[in-house]
Design a protein around this ligand. Sequence first.
Ligand code: WQD
Length: 338
Amino acid sequence: MKILITGGAGYIGSHTIIEIIQNTEWEIISLDNYANSSGDSYTRVENITGKKVKHYNVDLKDLGATEKVFEENPGINGIIHFAAFKAVGESVEQPLMYYDNNINTLNNILRCQAKYNVPNIIFSSSCSVYGNVDELPVTENNKLSKPESPYAYTKQIGEVMVDDFLKANKNLKAISLRYFNPVGAHITGFNGELSSTKPNNLVPFITQTAIGKLEKLTVFGSDYETRDGTCVRDYIHVSDIANAHVLALDCLIKEKLDLSHDIINLGTGVGVTVLEAIKAFEKVSGKSLNYSIGDRRDGDVAAIYANNEKAHKILGWIPQYNLEDMMLSAWKWEQYIF
Ligand code: WQD
């Protein structure tokens, strides 16, 4: 089995490569332009697994360069398409950067999938496609309301692109995985999230504040209709997300899917407020976090967490890590890179 991983040097991509190496015999080709990662990821993967990863420095917006990778690696059986920008807050500030990158990269990879007849693809989608929901937990059949950010909209459009593409290419199959909030780092502490810019997401902000890289964390709003006024999210360990990708691609390769395109939530099913996440971090790290309450952030939804029964039923997936594991692994990683 030959698998192409786009965004393979990224946070979830690199953790998924580790899972694939440690749980399958699949041959991996990774493709990344390091827009939000670095080639050091592959060294970290090798340190953990002992395996070198075949990789290309390619921007998926360059169709010619992308096709060259397929020409040089005939017989690819599956694609895992991670490559995308993924920060809700940043997408509100820079919408065109998100539409250009997230839509055009998907468009090109689907064109290559058809041209080189790659039977299977896993698409990185997101719980942000649900928008503001009025019933919780969300299942995959939940109506998709107006997306609250350009990022969320690129994922809504992405799912429609995959759907329409498969209707026109009936021999191909896809699973779109709707990630909730991927956090944490590899259990060894030797791989984790390394954003090229100042962090946008809560957990790297927490760990960078705790270690002194950042002066203070601002909690974006405490007047939401939630148990403590701060937003509720479904934090899920990055290695649990990675494991789900192996199970999902295996499901496609073994042709166990009834539909040509299925959509699956990846969350723990547990909603956690921002203040609860901070408390869990303080408990496992023994650090008291310097934070204050600020204004709401544009693009945020009040509360969302998953019904993850479908992932269990179709993929046999069960998350292994709890919130304290996630916070401790993130803290170990922050200390390792400091
Ligand atoms: C979480 C909560 C913030 C920073 C993420 C990913 C997105 C998608 C969904 C996968 C929010 C609050 C944050 C800070 C804060 N996942 N916060 N102070 O916005 O839920 O989106 O999950 O596709 O890719 O970005 O995650 O970590 O930015 O925010 O109070 O300094 O933490 O308001 O309530 P979000 P996040």
